[in-house]
Ligand binder design. Structure first.
Ligand code: PSV
Ligand code: MN
Ligand code: MN
Length: 399
């Protein structure tokens, strides 16, 4: 496939840059997607599940090997804690992948029962800030750029705590932390409208995340997790706005039917994924000059994990290809003429284009299997890890 090019569009502040192409697409995999996961009802173990972060990296490397789309892996601390991070980086290198975003964890320790960075208890905030400083130290060794912070902080009952004072506490913690973020590092703040807190959450929406990060400085940006909005939210509008404001740091892609389901991206609503990627391309979020990190944040409860991740990155690639095919000139002309149905038709034409044969050819041109899923399943890798990885404790979400 000749990589579809985006037309000469805005890319705010970067008018002369080369248009984005499919070759620019790189998707970061979450290490935790390879561990066992489930719901509060049950975790379903699967044979061959990694027992160590090294084994998670080996599985992630398979996804990259068969798709060419997933060159980096995000870590979660302390789930992926090791003694020697420089050694872990070398291990990843040997497998042909890099270490990416470091995710902190303030949602499992007893200390954080009533909050972490947003707690009004200075001693609790100290522990939470220190955990993030430890993550920054790890990042120096792994070579990671981004520290991603998702907070479970919030309350369950009206009146339980002073929701405004908690915003101030959060701002204070983030400022202390941001002062230690290196010149080539970023603080990425992720929002989520509810869960585990059910009444109020301290970073519930993009507006709160935006307000908190803009108070810090340029290297503080927002992570948009596609599963973290109320049903019916126009997510592509938020994408457009955050790109316009220069604060879209990263995506956590997944799909959902009801809440934060963390299902395979593009499975629940491929059209929504297309609409989001149209705005990503439109706003300069892909290709040269863009520093938007495209990550997955998913769990594979009942399906095999490596194939689940392969399906996911292929879904993102497919919708990116369609977004790049959008005839922007025709669209702009129809929009300028207030040709409502004409503009909508141009938009839908791109969405309905079947790019799968062209993508197969694109892969073959790059020495990749035309059908990555079939090639991976035929490789025998799943049977091999099921046989090899016996003994020890399987990794899981939270282990
Ligand atoms: C919890 O909702 C969550 O899924 C957040 O989206 C984080 O990004 C992820 O866990 C890992 O901490
Ligand atoms: Mn997330
Ligand atoms: Mn989530």
């Amino acid at each position: 496939m000749t990589a579809p090019a985006s037309p000469d569009l805005p890319a705010a502040g970067l008018p002369d840059r080369r248009p984005a192409t499919l070759d620019d697409l790189a998707i970061e995999l979450p290490s935790w997607a390879f561990g066992n996961s489930g719901t509060r009802f049950r975790v379903w173990p699967s044979p061959g599940t990694p027992r160590t972060v090294q084994e998670k990296l080996a599985d992630a490397a398979q996804v990259h090997r068969y798709t060419g789309l997933a060159p980096t892996v995000a870590l979660h601390i302390p789930w992926d804690a090791v003694e020697d991070y420089a050694g872990l980086r070398r291990h990843a290198d040997d497998l042909g992948v890099g270490l990416g975003t470091v995710n902190s964890n303030t949602f499992q320790a007893e200390t954080f029962k009533f909050g972490s960075l947003a707690s009004r208890d200075a001693a609790v905030r100290r522990v939470a800030v220190d955990h993030h400083l430890e993550c920054l130290a790890i990042m120096a060794e792994t070579g990671s750029r981004d520290l991603k912070i998702w907070l479970a902080d919030g309350t369950n009952y009206p009146g339980q705590d002073d929701i405004r004072a908690r915003q101030d506490a959060l701002a204070e913690s983030l400022a202390e932390l941001y002062a230690q973020v290196g010149d080539d590092q970023r603080l990425v703040l992720e929002y989520k409208f509810f869960e585990p807190a059910f009444y109020h959450t301290d970073v519930p929406d993009w507006g709160t995340a935006y307000a908190q990060v803009t108070a810090l400085g340029e290297r503080a940006v927002v992570c948009l997790d596609t599963g973290h909005h109320a049903p019916g939210t126009n997510i592509e509008f938020i994408v457009a706005q955050l790109l316009r404001l220069g604060r879209l740091g990263s995506f956590d892609f997944n799909s959902r039917f009801y809440a934060d389901d963390d299902l395979i991206v593009g499975a629940a609503d491929p059209f929504q994924l297309f609409r989001i990627l149209v705005e990503v391309v439109r706003g300069g979020g892909l290709g040269p000059g863009s520093d938007v990190a495209l990550m997955l944040d998913q769990c594979h409860n009942v399906e095999d994990k490596v194939p689940g991740q392969i399906r996911s990155v292929l879904n993102v690639q497919e919708m990116t290809a369609r977004a790049l095919l959008l005839d922007r000139e025709a669209l702009a002309a129809a929009q300028a003429a207030n040709d409502v149905l004409g503009a909508h038709g141009v938009f839908m034409d791109a969405f309905y284009t079947d790019v799968r044969p062209a993508l197969a050819a694109w892969r073959e041109e790059r020495g990749l299997p035309a059908d990555p899923m079939a090639a991976f399943l035929a490789s025998g890798y799943l049977a091999r890890i099921a046989e090899d990885r016996v003994g020890g404790t399987q990794a899981g979400w939270g282990a």
